[in-house]
Design a protein around this ligand. Sequence first.
Ligand SMILES: [Zn+2]
Ligand SMILES: [Zn+2]
Length: 407
Amino acid sequence: MRMEELDALASELFPEVVRIRRKLHENPEPGFEEWETSRMVQQILKAHGYIIKTGKEAVGSFTGVLASLYCGPGPVIAMRFDMDALPVSECEKESHIPVKEGFCSRREGWMHACGHDGHTAIGIGTGILLSRMRGKLSGTIQLLFQPAEEGCRGAKAMADSGILDNTDYFLAAHIYSREILKGEEADFLPAVEGSLATTKLNAVFHGRTAHGSMPQEGDNVNLSLASALLNLQAIPRNSRGATFINVGTINGGTGRNVIADQGKLELEVRGETSELNQYMEEYALRILKACAMMHNTRVEIETTGSAPSIHSDLQLAERIRKLFGTPESPVIPSRKTGISFPASEDVAHLMKRVQEHGGQAVFMLLATETRAALHQPDFDFNEEILKKGMLVFSETTTALLSKTRPD
Ligand SMILES: [Zn+2]
Ligand SMILES: [Zn+2]
C-alpha cells in the first residue's frame, strides 16, 4: 500500500522534478560555487517544512545545505546529493537532447556532465515526497546537498563538521550507465563495495631565473618538472592490487631563452584500496621532493582532494534489495572479479564518518540508458531515472522510519 502511494506521488511530482533538473542543467556551477543551486534547494525544501542549515560554520562549506525534517522519535536517516558541474563544453549537436529541447548549458565551458543535476533534482523531489508522508513516519530525515564532489573536494569538510554523527542510516547514489549491471534487469543496485581511493595533488616548484646562456646562475624548475613527470609515471606496480597515477598538467617557464623559475604539476594517484592509494601517495611525495632536491629547486605540495575506498554495509543493502525484489545480488562483485566501481567518490568520507559513529551506509547505483560516458560533452541520461531515484530514496526511508516497522 505504501509503495503504491509513493509511486502515485512520484508520478505526480515527476514533471516538476524534470523541470528542476533542466533548470539546473542550464546553469552548471563549478565546485564550491553552487550558489544558485544551493539557493534553489533551500527555497523549495524550506517551503515544504524543512529546517535549513547552510554555511561553513554549520555544515562545513558555504554552498552545502542540510535540510532536516523531524517526524517524531526514531532513527535518523541521512541522504547525500551532489550539486557541482564540470569544466566541459556541452555538445552543440541537434541530436543532443538538451540542445533539441532547449535546456543546454548557458555557462560557457561548464556542463553537468556527471549527472549531478539529476542527483540534486532527485534530492529535492525526495524531500517533497517525504514531507507529504510525514504523518506516517517516525524519525528524522536529513537531506545533505554537497558541493564540489568532482576532484573529491567537498565531502571531507562536511563529514568533519559532525553533522552526520548521529546518523543511523546513510544513503547516496550515482546515475550510471545500465551496462554496468551486465544484463541484469534491475534499474538500480543497492550497494557498491569497493571503489578507487584517491589523492589529488598540486606540486608548485620554485627555482632561480637567469639568462639562457648562463644556466649556472639559475636553478631550472623545468628539469625538476621533467624528472618528476617521468619518475612519477614509472612508480612500480603493486602486487596487492591495481594502482594508478596521472600527471594531468605540466607547466613551467616563461620563455625560450630564460631559465625557468616557476612551474607546476597537477597530478592524482589512485588505488584499489585505501592502503594501495597510500602506497602511491607516499611514493609520489618522495619523488616530488627528490626531483626538487636534485636540481636545487623547492617544491610546495598541496592536497586538493581525496577519497578513501567505498565500503557499503551489506546488511542495509540487503534490506533495500528486499524492498525492491531485484537484482539477485545487492552488490557489484568486488575484488575477486576486478574493481567493482572503477572510479572515485568522496561520498566515501561521509560513509566512513557515519560508520565510525555506529551507523550503516550504502552507496547505490541508479542504472539507466546514458548517451556517452560520464564527463563527456554529449553525456545525457534517460530522465525516467529521476522518478526511480525518488522512489529508491523515499521507499527506503519510509520502510526504515515506518511507525509500524517490525524492529
Ligand atoms: Zn564526475
Ligand atoms: Zn559524479
